[in-house]
Each structure stands twice: as structure tokens, then as C-alpha cells.
Write a protein that binds this ligand. Sequence first.
Ligand SMILES: *Cc1c(COP(=O)(O)O)cnc(C)c1O
Length: 371
Amino acid sequence: MALSDLSGRLLLGPGPSPVSPRILQAMATETLGHLDPQFLGLLDEVNEGLRRLFGTQNPTTFPVSGTGSAGMEAALVNLLEPGDTAIVGVKGVFGTRLAEMARRQGATVVTVEGDWGRPLEPQRLVDAHREHPDARLLALVHAETSTGVRQPLEEVGRALQDSETLFVVDAVTSLAGMPVEVDRVGVDVCYAGTQKCLGVPPGLAPITFSNRAMDRIRSREHPVSSWYLDVNLIAGYLGSERRYHHTAPINLIYALYEALGEIREEGLEARFRRHREVGRRLQDELEDRGFEPFAGPPEARLPQLTAVSLPGGRDEGVVRRRLLDEHGIEVGGGLGPAQGRIWRIGLMGHGARHPVIDRLLEAVDRVLPQS
Ligand SMILES: *Cc1c(COP(=O)(O)O)cnc(C)c1O
């Protein structure tokens, strides 16, 4: 196998999403040193662009070196100490992962569980906080990629505002595809991943920490259990000291820089509208063909991630494999209880375009009648 043998694919799964030629080209820029003043200037601009995207003034905003899960882990290892209580909303794979990571930090985890495919009722989260007012954090997944559900955040943000409990939000699939308003909603730590709506290859996890979260981290009793993800140490590289911590993934940061440029040129509102419009169109067209939406109610469906079951009880795995083998199109299968039951179709970043939907539907219309 040689790289040149790899054949073209259209990435319409839950990530990675298609990367635009412009971003691929940016990655081919000559590698600089991580302490080179030119690179540090670029990194400062990236962090400023991320602040705009997150809707925050937080000084501590940067890309974690690692995928979205590294962002999740960075949030939890920095905030939690053994014996802390963590409240976690669970209604899909990524809420389950948050709870597991929090447990591994020695926290007592209180889960608020709901049906996969439905958002959690905000009042239940507020009630859980009332029962555990001393909880260190409350964590929610904004866009649950395993089910295609959007979780409302505002009511919980308001309830936590005047408490000691920090609000942690997973925006891996929402950032750059729909509004994530960290400061307005009152989120303390928010992380994302580059390979979903940002349209950058996997490998970076943008993250932001509020000043109140940083105060809490500085006054920890125990050192952060992960040296690599310790934000106190990383801050020494991001700040004026420019102290070496670990080597930044230079060329991925070029890609993120270029993506932030693309987003600035398109405009955030236009970008959100584009994701909304193509997502709605795909969902309508699939329903016309007898696919059934997995997520509901309709206003809770994510436009950038469509979860559907196939018409006529077809074997989703067989049809999905034919889309890949015969048409070069990747869509995702279900996870957990939804495994073998649904498709998850991502229209994210560079993939959120009408010609992409045309190509997908043409392939579906060929493959489905023969399956
Ligand atoms: C994809 C995803 C993650 C994990 O990201 P990786 O890049 O796979 O590590 C976490 N949370 C959500 C909501 C995701 O969609």
C-alpha cells in the first residue's frame, strides 16, 4: 500500500469531515520551531480567532495538542480532585465518556440520565445541582454526535452562575457549526475538536477556561494528575514567558489558522445558516425516501449531524458498506444502543454544501432499491 493508492472519499460520517484544498495546502507550509517568534505570533492569532468562535474574552484559550477527547480530558483533569462531586448529563456516548473520565479522576459522579435521541430536561439538571450544591462541576454535551441531539444550555448556565459549581460544555460537534456563546451562557470550560465543523484534520482540541476556572485550578490541593494536560504548565508557554512545555503540532496549527481565516471571510452567521439550511434539506429529503429521524423533537435535531433509521428494515451495515465501496462515500453507523440501527450523516464544515447532498442522494437512490 502506498499513499498514492488511497482513493478519493467523501467524508459524511460523524468526523473527520472533509478538509478543503486550501487547508490541506496550508499544512504543507514549511515547519517552523515552536519557539520561533514568527510561529508564536501565528499562535497568538489562532488563540484570538478561537476566542471569537467560542464567544469569550477568556485569556486562557488555546488548542490542546490532541483530538476532542484530549480536550475533554484536559477540562476534567484540571478541574477535578479526588473526592470532588461531578454532575454529568448522560444521553449518549459522549456523556458516558465524560462520566467515565470524571470517575477516573477519583470524583464521585452523579449522572442525570435520559433517553438516547432526546435532550435532557434542563430542570432535571438544575434539580441535581440543588441536591449537590457543592459539586465541583456540571458537564453537558452541547451537540451529542452519537444521537444527533442538541442540548439546551442557557437554563443550566443561569442556575450555576452564582454558585461554586463550574459549568463544563463539550462543543466538539457544535463549534463553528452553530452558536457556542461561552460568556453569554456562563460556561466556565468549553472544549471542541478540529475535525468536525472546523474542517481541519483531527489532532487539535480548542479549549477555553474562564478566569474563575483558572482561579480554582491555581488553588488546587493536589497537582493536576496529567503532566501533559496541566493548564498551569501550558500557560507558561502561551504567556509572556514562552517556556517550553511540549512541542506544538506546528503544521496542524497552520491548518487551524487557515480555517479561522476561512471562517472570518465567510462570516459566522453565514456559516451557521449554511449548516442549518443543508442539514434541514438533507433531513427532509431522507424523510421523503422513508428514512426515519432518530432524534427528536424536531427542534432538538442537529443540522450538522443527522441520525436516521433506514426504510424497510434494511441492514444498515450492508448498505453503508456499498456506499463506501461503490460510491466512495463514508457515513457513520450507530453507537451503543443505536448500533446496527441507524446511520449518522455529518454535514460539517467543508462538507456542509448542497452539491455534497446531491452526490449523497444520488448514491443512496442507486444503492437502496438493490438492498
Ligand atoms: C467526536 C467527539 C468527541 C471526541 O473527539 P475525538 O476527536 O474523537 O477524540 C467528543 N465529544 C463529542 C460530542 C464528539 O462528537
